[in-house]
Structures are given as structure tokens and as C-alpha cells.
Design a protein around this ligand. Structure first.
Ligand code: PLP
Length: 494
């Protein structure tokens, strides 16, 4: 299995090179040259497997240089009972006959990022050995809230790694911020940036491509890599849970062998929904992808009109992990549908120069065949939380609510009631204030006391990693301007 840049297919990389490097030197994303097909009876074979075994089975198809033994060790360490509070790891909760919610937040940071970020450190450190890299890797992360904590937990105290997380000062929830600034570990740093997520992400991309900074790092014995979903090692473990969910539905006889399903994903950087697309390329019978956005609905417009235009107001919403106007992983989908790195490169150049590009009609039509975009605002997000709780007794977070709203709109508009898998991306306890308000609570308390308030309101316990934040001391208080992020890097690597 060879990997190429989305902007240039003349240079080929091995899987370990792609994972160690994170991003291609031309700014493109490293991506498999082709998507392998699952063997004919793979779904049947995996039906009765544990999640960890399914992960090995699927990831192996992309990672020739890794043995089954290696991958098994990683999967057992990443998805063990000490990390995940559900033995199923990613359990499927059936809401009604044809609506199934895939819960991806049972890991140590209570958001779906754990599904990949518990695996990535294993893949990355092994990739460093395989590529005979002797420098220490410095992982830079820009986060809209959940990636930061997920990456910190995944990489804390991992030998030969340092990790630095940048988050937008006023762009994350109270619980999210507390999770990050109390992070333990000797190799970690956390820094707030004055600006929004796109500022932080652009800042990180600039650091990556700044020759002077790279040289200084090299002098100190480090090199940069990425734990953002631009790294292939982030996307790959996410393919697993879509296939796993389908196998669960088969096993529990909620769908018949070969039956098609739709998948609905609350989307920000486009990594999660892209993984679902790759699952289909591998042979999973998915018909439609419903791409759910909040008021930052750049993807909804793109899927409807074929015009990607980030020149629009940026909204801080109550689903902050989706407050994104530049969805990096869309670039990989563009490669998949164009099969032409030159064309992708043109679009990306236009995006960086003018903030806008328009795909050809042919490409737009192809995308529309299987991708449908919907969005909702904060009011509708809260109405959806309320309805799901009142009607089904099912408590969901703000991001998952955006997805359920999108699915409802899709079903109303098309009448298509194909069984749907809805990705549930965070625990509602990460967004207590918004969830409590949605349920009609008044006098909402601040900080961690809101966890108890949500428990009192719903009768559901807060996840242990969030309740445990009470006993943690704040370790990081640094705030930098967006053009001074380099200072934080250099002081971490002193
Ligand atoms: C990161 C995140 C998303 C968006 O996922 P992408 O892969 O960036 O599209 C949605 N919901 C939550 C809770 C997240 O943390």
C-alpha cells in the first residue's frame, strides 16, 4: 500500500512515512493511493469479533509494514477497559427501529477523538522506528476543543514525543478548557490563542512550513508532526467504527446481510465523515452520507452549490468542535472524486488565495450522488436535545443534536427512511450548560458543579474522567497572540 499527496502523485510514501510525517511537503494530505476492498465475507467474519479484533482486521489492509501481532498489541492497549467505560468500545444505541446512534465518546476524554487518538501514538512511535527517525517528534495540535485533550491523553509521557496544544481562548466550553489546562504529563504543553479555531489551525500550518523554525527545531533535535486529522494515522482508526457498527447491527439482527444504511455525521474538519466514505469504498453498503453542520454551514452550501466559500461570518456556537470554516479533510474527498491531484491543487491554491473555489459541474454532481448537506442553528440544536430526551429518554450532546436535526430534515425532504447510523461524537456532560438550558433548566451553575446539576436533572451519572477534574490543579495559563505561537513552541522545547 503506497501513499501519495493529494496535490502530487509522483512521490510515493510508505504508511510509516506518511504517519511519521503527518503532512506532505507540498502542503497536501498524505492519502492511500487506492482504498483496499474488504474480502467478500469480511463482514460475516467480523460479526462476532470484539472491537479490538475488528480494528486489527481493518487497519491491517492499509498497513503492510505492521504485523498482526503489532496491531493486536496496539488495539488492546488503545481500547482496553482501563481506557473505555464500555466493553463494546463504540456501542450502538438503537433509538427507534431504523435510527441507530453510534456512541463514540466512551474513552478517556469523552469525545470521539479518543477513537483515533488512543491509537495514533502507537502507530506514530512505531512509524518513527520503522523509518529510522532518531529525532524527537514535536506534535503540534490546533484544537476546536476535543482534539487537544484527546491528543494530550494519547501522547502524555509517550517516549520520544512532545506535544503542544493550541486552543482558541474563547472558543471552547468550560469543561473542555479545564480538561486541557489541568493535563498531566512531563512532555505536554497547552497554550490559548487570541482568535478562533481557524486562526489556531492556520498558525499551526504556518509553523509547519516555516523553514527558519524547522531549522531551529532540528538544531535542538526535534521535528514537527501532526496529530490533527490531516494525519492519516487519525483517519484510519475512524474507518473501523463504521464497519464495527454495521457488524453490530448484523449480529443483533437489526439489519439483514447486504442491507444498505445511511450515515449521518456532525462535521467540522471532515475527518469523521471522510472515514465513513472510505468504509464505503472498502465495501460497506452505505448509500447516503448526511453531512451535518451548525451555523458555520460552509459545507452545506458547498454540497448544494459546488462552491466552497469561507468568506462569511464566523459564529461561536454551542457545538464548538464544529465551528470551522476550513474543513481540511475535504481535500481528500476531492482527490477521491477527481482522481486528479492537479485539479485538487488548483482548488486548494484558490482557497488559500481567495478563500473560495468552485468545483466543476461534473464533480459537484458526483458529490451530490451520495453526500447531502444540512445545518441547524443553536435554537434547533436545543430543541432537538429536548425532543430526544422527552420522546426517547436519550440524552445527547450539542454536536450529536446537530446530526439528529440534519437526519430529520433529510428524511422529511426525501422520504428516505433507510436505516441510519448517527455518529454521536461527545458526552452531553462536556456541554452541561447548553444541555441543561435545552432541557428547560434555569439558574444554571457554572464550572464543574454543572455536572451534578445535569445528573440531578436527568438521573444519569457524569463520566468518571469529567467528575475527576475536580481534584486536578491548573498547570497551564499561557495566552499568545496568533502571530506569536512560535514562542510557545520554543519554550516547550528548551
Ligand atoms: C471534532 C468533533 C466533531 C467534528 O469532527 P470532524 O472529524 O472534524 O468533522 C464533531 N463533534 C465533536 C464532539 C468533535 O469533537
Amino acid at each position: 500500500m503506497r501513499y501519495i499527496s493529494t496535490r502530487d502523485n509522483t512521490i510515493q510514501y510508505s504508511a510509516s512515512q506518511a504517519i511519521a510525517q503527518g503532512l506532505a511537503k507540498d502542503g497536501g494530505l498524505l492519502t492511500p493511493f487506492y482504498i483496499p476492498k474488504l474480502p467478500g465475507k469480511a463482514l460475516e467474519d467480523m460479526r462476532d469479533m470484539a472491537y479490538q479484533q475488528r480494528a486489527v482486521y481493518i487497519m491491517k489492509q492499509f498497513l503492510e509494514e505492521f504485523s498482526v501481532k503489532e496491531l493486536t498489541d496496539y488495539a488492546n492497549a488503545a481500547y482496553g477497559p482501563d481506557r473505555f467505560d464500555s466493553p463494546a468500545v463504540a456501542p450502538v444505541h438503537t433509538v427507534d427501529g431504523n435510527t441507530h446512534c453510534l456512541e463514540l465518546w466512551h474513552g478517556p476524554t469523552c469525545a470521539f477523538k479518543d477513537m483515533a487518538l488512543q491509537m495514533l501514538p502507537h502507530l506514530l512511535t512505531a512509524s518513527l522506528s520503522k523509518t529510522e527517525e532518531d529525532k524527537t517528534v514535536c506534535i503540534l495540535v490546533a484544537t476546536s476543543g476535543d482534539t487537544g485533550k484527546g491528543a494530550l491523553e494519547g501522547f502524555k509521557n509517550v517516549p520520544r514525543t512532545k506535544i503542544l496544544v493550541f486552543y482558541p481562548k474563547d472558543g471552547v466550553s468550560e469543561v473542555q478548557e479545564l480538561q486541557m489546562v489541568t493535563q498531566e504529563g512531563g512532555n505536554v504543553g497547552v497554550c490559548a490563542v487570541v482568535g478562533n479555531f481557524d486562526d489556531a489551525q492556520t498558525g499551526v500550518k504556518k509553523l509547519f512550513s516555516d523553514g527558519t523554525v524547522r531549522q531551529e527545531l532540528e538544531r535542538r533535535g526535534y521535528f514537527f508532526s501532526s496529530a490533527n486529522s490531516i494525519n492519516w494515522g487519525r483517519v484510519l482508526p475512524q474507518i473501523v467504527y463504521y464497519i464495527s457498527a454495521y457488524c453490530d447491527l448484523l449480529r443483533d439482527e437489526k439489519i439483514a446481510p447486504g442491507e444498505t444504511v445511511n450515515v449521518c455525521v456532525p462535521t467540522g474538519n471532515f475527518g469523521n465523515i471522510l472515514a465513513a466514505y472510505y468504509a464505503r469504498e472498502m465495501g460497506l453498503p452505505i448509500d447516503q452520507f448526511i453531512c451535518a453542520s451548525n451555523s458555520n454551514n460552509v459545507l452545506t452550501d458547498f454540497l448544494r452549490e459546488g462552491i466552497y466559500d469561507r468568506n462569511r461570518p464566523f459564529y461561536n456556537t454551542m457545538s464548538p468542535s464544529m465551528d470551522i470554516l476550513i474543513s481540511s479533510n475535504l481535500e481528500r474527498l476531492l482527490l477521491a472524486v477527481t482522481q486528479d491531484p492537479e485539479e485538487v491543487k488548483r482548488y486548494m491554491a484558490q482557497l488559500s488565495e481567495t478563500g473560495r473555489y468552485q468545483v466543476s459541474d461534473r464533480i459537484r454532481d458526483r458529490l451530490q450522488k451520495c453526500f447531502k448537506g444540512y445545518f441547524c442553528d443553536d435554537k434547533e440544536t436545543q430543541r432537538t436535545i429536548r425532543t430526544m430526551f422527552d420522546k426517547y429518554g436519550y440524552l445527547i450532546d450539542t454536536h450529536t443534536a446537530v446530526a439528529f436535526s440534519a437526519l430529520k430534515q433529510y428524511r422529511q425532504e426525501t422520504g428516505d427512511n433507510t436505516p441510519a447510523i448517527v455518529a454521536s461524537t461527545a458526552s452531553p456532560f462536556k456541554f452541561c450548560g447548553s444541555v441543561l438550558e435545552a432541557l428547560g433548566e434555569t439558574g444554571i451553575v457554572s464550572g464543574l458543579d454543572a455536572l451534578d446539576q445535569l445528573t440531578a436533572k436527568t438521573g444519569q451519572p457524569a463520566p468518571a474522567p469529567l467528575a475527576g477534574l475536580r481534584d486536578k490543579a491548573v498547570r497551564f495559563t499561557r495566552v499568545v497572540e496568533k502571530d506569536r505561537m512560535v514562542d510557545a513552541v520554543l519554550s516547550l522545547l528548551e
